[in-house]
Design a protein around this ligand. Structure first.
Ligand code: CTP
Length: 409
C-alpha cells in the first residue's frame, strides 16, 4: 500500500528521534520514497547524515537555505508528498502546528501543506497531560490531523512512567497505510493505462515519434488512483512527472509498451491513451547514418503490434473493460465506430484532433479534449473539457461499469 507513495517525514527534537531512523528504513522497505526534514532540536539527537544515508536523499534543515530553496523550495517539499508524518512530534512542534507558526523549515512546510498529516507525539508524560498540550492536540484533531500514539511506558528519564513514548516504527507504518488508503469507487480494482507517444529508433540518434504529450493518459492514471484503484501506467517518453500513487513503467518503443502491458495484466480495466507509432524502421542502424554524398536513403517501415487490439482479443486475460482512444481529423464518429469493431474494444473515446476542432493550440499537446464516447449502446457527445475533467468523467464511468452488478453499463 505504501509502494510508490511519497512520504515527507518531519523529525522533531526528542530522544525518540532515533526510532525515526528505523521508521525511514521501514517505509523504504515498503517501496515508499522518503524525504526528511529535521528541526534544529532533532539534530541534537540524530544527524542529518544518518537520516540522509537511510532515505538516500538530501535532508532538509534550514528555512533560509539558498541552495535547498533553489533545488526544491519549501513549498514544493510540502506539495510533492502524499503524506506528511511528524515523528517524533514534540509538544513544542505540535503547539506551533496548532497555532500556525512558521518560524523554521519544519513548521513552515507543515503550514504550507495541504496533504494528510500523521503525527506521532513523544514527550514527557507531564507535558502530554498538560492542558495546553491537550488543547493543541484537540485543535489539530479538529483540523484533520491523525495521531498514532503516544504509548504508555517507561520514559528515558529515570523513574518516569506514563503516556508519552513515541509509537513504534511499525505502528506508525500501519497508521500511514490507513491514512493513505483511499476508499473510492475503484478500490480493489487494478486499472492499466498507456500514455504518451512511442519513439521508434532509426539509428542511435534519430527516431520516429509523434506530438502526443501524455497529458490525457497521465490524467486518467492520476484520476483512477484518486478513485482508489491500484494503477499501472505504461508511459512512453513524456515531459511529465509520474502521477502520485501510481506504478509507472517507462518504455520507449511500441514493442516495449506491449511487453510492459502484458506483464502488468491481469487488470479490471485497461485504458489505451498512448499514441503508439503505427510503424517503426524495419531495421535499426547500429551506427549513425551518414550523408557522405550517398543517395538519400529510403526508410523501409515495419508495422508495430497493435497493443489495444492484442489485449482486447486475449482469450483468458482480457480485462473486463478495454477502452481505446481514436484520434481522428475527419469523420470522427464514423471512423471511431469502425475502429471500435476492428480493434474489439468495449469503448472508444473519439477525439477530433483536426485544426478545425476549435481547441486552442490543437488537441495534441494541448490541455483540452472534445470527446465522443462510443460503446455498444451508441454515441455520447461529451462537452468540450480539460483533459483532467475528461479523466474524472471517464474514471467515474469505468467505476460504474465495473460496479457490483458485474455488468457493463
Ligand atoms: N493503439 C495501440 N497500438 C497501436 C496503435 C494504436 O494500442 N499500435 C491504440 C491507441 O492507444 C488508441 C487506439 O489504438 O487507443 C487507436 O489509435 P489510433 O492511432 O487512432 O488508431 P490506429 O490503429 O493507428 O488507426 P489509424 O491510424 O488508421 O487511424
Amino acid at each position: 500500500m505504501l509502494a510508490h507513495k511519497r512520504i515527507l517525514l518531519v523529525i522533531g527534537g526528542g530522544i525518540a528521534a532515533y526510532k525515526s531512523l528505523d521508521l525511514i528504513r521501514r517505509l523504504k522497505e515498503r517501496g515508499a520514497s522518503v524525504r526528511v526534514i529535521m528541526t534544529a532540536a532533532a539534530q541534537h539527537f540524530v544527524t542529518p547524515l544518518a537520516a540522509g544515508a537511510l532515505s538516500h536523499t538530501k535532508v532538509f534543515t534550514e528555512l533560509f537555505d539558498r541552495e535547498a530553496e533553489h533545488d526544491i523550495g519549501h513549498i514544493r517539499l510540502s506539495r510533492e508528498a502524499d503524506l506528511v508524518i511528524v515523528a517524533p512530534a514534540t509538544a513544542d512542534l505540535m503547539a506551533k502546528m496548532a497555532h500556525g507558526l512558521a518560524d523554521d523549515l519544519a513548521s513552515a512546510v507543515l503550514l504550507a501543506s495541504d496533504k494528510p498529516v500523521l503525527v506521532a507525539p513523544a514527550m514527557n508524560p507531564l507535558m502530554w497531560a498538560n492542558p495546553a498540550t491537550a488543547r493543541n492536540v484537540a485543535q489539530l484533531a479538529a483540523d484533520g490531523v491523525a495521531f498514532v500514539g503516544p504509548n504508555a511506558g517507561a520514559m528515558a528519564e529515570r523513574g518516569e512512567d506514563g503516556p508519552g513514548r513515541m509509537a513504534e516504527p511499525l505502528e506508525i507504518v500501519a497508521a500511514a497505510e490507513t491514512r493513505l488508503a483511499v476508499a473510492g469507487p475503484l478500490t480493489g480494482r487494478h486499472v492499466l493505462v498507456t500514455s504518451g507517444p512511442t519513439h521508434e529508433p532509426i539509428d542511435p540518434v534519430r527516431y520516429i515519434a509523434n506530438r502526443s504529450s501524455g497529458k490525457q493518459g497521465h490524467a486518467i492514471a492520476a484520476a483512477a488512483a484518486r478513485a482508489g484503484a491500484q494503477v499501472t501506467l505504461v508511459s512512453g517518453p513524456v515531459n511529465l512527472p509520474d502521477p502520485a500513487g501510481v506504478a509507472v513503467r517507462h518504455v520507449e518503443t511500441a514493442r516495449e509498451m506491449l511487453a510492459a502491458v502484458e506483464a502488468a495484466l491481469p487488470a479490471d480495466a485497461a485504458i489505451f491513451a498512448a499514441a503508439v507509432a503505427d510503424w517503426r524502421a524495419a531495421t535499426e542502424a547500429g551506427e549513425k547514418m551518414k550523408k557522405d554524398g550517398q543517395a538519400i536513403p529510403a526508410l523501409p517501415l515495419a508495422e508495430n503490434p497493435d497493443i489495444l487490439a492484442t489485449v482486447a482479443r486475449l482469450a483468458n486475460r482480457r480485462p473486463r473493460l478495454v477502452i481505446g482512444f481514436a484520434a481522428e481529423t475527419e469523420n470522427v464518429v464514423a471512423y471511431a465506430q469502425v475502429k471500435r469493431l476492428r480493434k474489439g474494444c468495449d469503448w472508444i473515446l473519439a477525439n477530433d484532433v483536426s485544426p478545425r476542432s476549435g481547441i486552442d493550440g490543437g488537441v495534441m499537446g494541448g490541455d483540452e479534449n472534445l470527446i465522443h464516447l462510443i460503446s455498444e449502446k451508441g454515441v455520447e457527445h461529451w462537452p468540450r473539457a480539460s483533459k483532467a475533467e475528461v479523466a474524472e468523467r471517464l474514471v467515474a464511468r469505468v467505476a460504474t461499469a465495473l460496479g457490483p452488478l458485474e455488468t457493463l453499463s
